[in-house]
Design a protein around this ligand. Sequence first.
Ligand SMILES: NC(=O)c1ccc[n+]([C@@H]2O[C@H](COP(=O)([O-])OP(=O)(O)OC[C@H]3O[C@@H](n4cnc5c(N)ncnc54)[C@H](O)[C@@H]3O)[C@@H](O)[C@H]2O)c1
Length: 256
Amino acid sequence: MRMQGKRAVVTAGASGMGRAGARLFAQNGASVAVVDVNAEATAEVVAGIEAEGGKATGIVADLSRPEECRRIIAEAAEALGGIDALWSHAGTPGPTEVEGIDLEQYDFSVALNLTSALVCAGEVASHMRAAGGGAILFTSSVGGLVGSMMSPVYSAVKFGIVGFTQSLAQRFAVDRIRVNAVCPGPVETPMLPFFMNRNVDEAGKEANLARIMAAVPLGRLAQPEEIAHAALWLLSDDASYVTGVALPVDGGYVAR
Ligand SMILES: NC(=O)c1ccc[n+]([C@@H]2O[C@H](COP(=O)([O-])OP(=O)(O)OC[C@H]3O[C@@H](n4cnc5c(N)ncnc54)[C@H](O)[C@@H]3O)[C@@H](O)[C@H]2O)c1
């Protein structure tokens, strides 16, 4: 029961790592606001948590819009009676091109990965201050720690998340708010094939997967629950002296 009595918000909580995190936090005693653009999947996650005896509420929002980020924090605080923990997990791969880049796609990637993280963190700070402290977790990536030839935009926004993590950790320390990031390697979620196979034909897909596996010393993809356990630790009081950290959970990818 590592999050007993905590009130937690998870964005992009209706699938993959976010869903695994929302479930794990509830299993560990938290009441959880699950935020996602997919209404049906959000309702399913909430129902699943409640069926296990946990407490959850669903909030549907498009987090690429800053006003929606503001709304979900206010609504979550109202529904949960305050906020102690935020996992700002929403993100998107973005465009691969450099020459001829589609700047609308670029703007969307910046909005969903970076702006949403900053606005959610800014909005949640006053609630955590009122609670006497709290913990914020962002989702970066291994692409936020080393450059990516295939995904320069994704890499840049995820480096940006690490910049926010180190900066906000210093800024909010006086309020006893810890700020960390998790940096997953390849995780078996619906986003992974979409990420890997942008601009790749059928024949290239298998080679792509083999190339990614070869780059992971543990030789396999992560399961969403393996990232959720790191999130649980970083958001719980077990990590009470940990702030400003960008933690790779990557099967050794950045250690090569
Ligand atoms: N899967 C990986 O290999 C991997 C690796 C490193 C980092 N990440 C990061 O993890 C996060 C994605 O998580 P996942 O892999 O668990 O993905 P996923 O595909 O399982 O889930 C993504 C969720 O985001 C929601 N979503 C999409 N657009 C949204 C919007 N505009 N507003 C609100 N919600 C929206 C979807 O409905 C979905 O529920 C992203 O930040 C991504 O950059 C993923």
